[in-house]
Write a protein that binds this ligand. Sequence first.
Ligand SMILES: [Zn+2]
Length: 211
Amino acid sequence: MKRFVFLSFLAIFILMVYVQADSNSSNSQSNENEAVKISDLQSCVSACGLPSDLDFSDRAFPIERSDEEWRSLLSEISYQVARKHKTEPPFQNPYFDNKDLGYYACVGCEAPLFSSLDKYDSGTGWPSFSLAIDDRLVAQQVDNSFGMRRIEVHCALCGSHQGHLFPDGPKPNFTRFCINSASLKFIPSVSKAKLRSAILDWYKTEKNLTR
Ligand SMILES: [Zn+2]
């Protein structure tokens, strides 16, 4: 009888050790998965969130304004982001979760850069687009600041900094334009047909180009 009781206690002890070990193993697996997700988001957010270290002051764009003109035309946050390559805070900007139909024009010259039809929720806290309306209007520049190789994007007409382009967007192009709200001006539309005609109308209007 004593032997039976001893063996029973031994069996229960072994079972408890096994259950505890299994629980630790699944916790650590779950924590690892969580860590991977968080680190993915952090690398994305840090890449989006760091400002661009580029200087376009010696570059000529079709639309040129003096620093005083830019300061009077733009709000402080738009001036800092669009003209000084700073970055606005995530989730605290007007367009990151805007789902209205319309297009997003350059804050500096009103060129139609992005459409709500290509906007999606990337989870980063910045307006994200899978495509630009017209690649000719969204110029790219390699940005090697902060030890990273990123693609900076800016308005090809006035040089206003928009954000960065990443290769982790949705199918089929896998491109993600991570853009600052401060560099954009949202133009709402009531229908897709009106949106299309509004964008086409911009191409028909005369541009006040300085060169
Ligand atoms: Zn522009």
